[in-house]
Design a protein around this ligand. Sequence first.
Ligand SMILES: Nc1nc2c(ncn2[C@@H]2O[C@H](COP(=O)(O)OP(=O)(O)O)[C@@H](O)[C@H]2O)c(=O)[nH]1
Ligand SMILES: [Mg+2]
Length: 219
Amino acid sequence: MAMADVGEADLARGEALFKGPCTFVKGVVKIDGLPQDGRPEVAFAGRSNVGKSSLINALTGRTSLARVSVTPGRTRELNFFTLGKDAVLYLVDMPGYGYARASKSEIKGWTRLIRDYLKGRRELKRVFLLIDARHGIKPNDEETMTAMDEAAVSYQVVLTKADKPKAAELEAIKAKVAEKLAKHPAAYPQVLTTSARLGSGIPELRAAVALLAPNGVVP
Ligand SMILES: Nc1nc2c(ncn2[C@@H]2O[C@H](COP(=O)(O)OP(=O)(O)O)[C@@H](O)[C@H]2O)c(=O)[nH]1
Ligand SMILES: [Mg+2]
């Protein structure tokens, strides 16, 4: 969709939300460690190395909030941050999946954590599912999408590293992604395109997050 679809007011709300504090609250390794204060939350998920840490840092305008990994797949936890001046939302940084060098028991542990989290989390308003704009949707992304369909968790695809492919390649990937999304009942049809490197699509993603805050965010 065209950028023009996002109104000025929504962009301003997004900016206001992310201009406020973003504070690390806790890393959750077991499902019984989830915050229980009822605050609504949005989560960021994706394959290891998809650019999730870079995107979260670009969103929040911080360079060190989420570690840009030299060692991919290091984050095994659900990391909770409060967002905005009144801490209106939790931002949840989910562990990356598909890390080739992870052990079987590690994979089992965090697959279980992710599934349990997605299944029973009423506070979770939307998962932003990050997909590399060069590669499109891979089999393990499909698995995550199916898990979210089954759990009836609303999710939206965010293409990352959009500075990498040529314009025609990007259009082809977008069309393919849209085609696959049409088969997933819990997927939000609109795809966001971002580059943490260039900052493109970041204001639009901030706006999408702010729309999920209770009563909106007043700039
Ligand atoms: N070209 C380009 N590279 C990126 C972008 N975002 C992240 N990367 C690179 O992709 C690699 C993985 O990024 P990281 O944020 O650690 O991914 P994570 O494992 O999903 O958290 C790093 O080498 C980043 O520099 C982007 O927007 N454009
Ligand atoms: Mg990371």
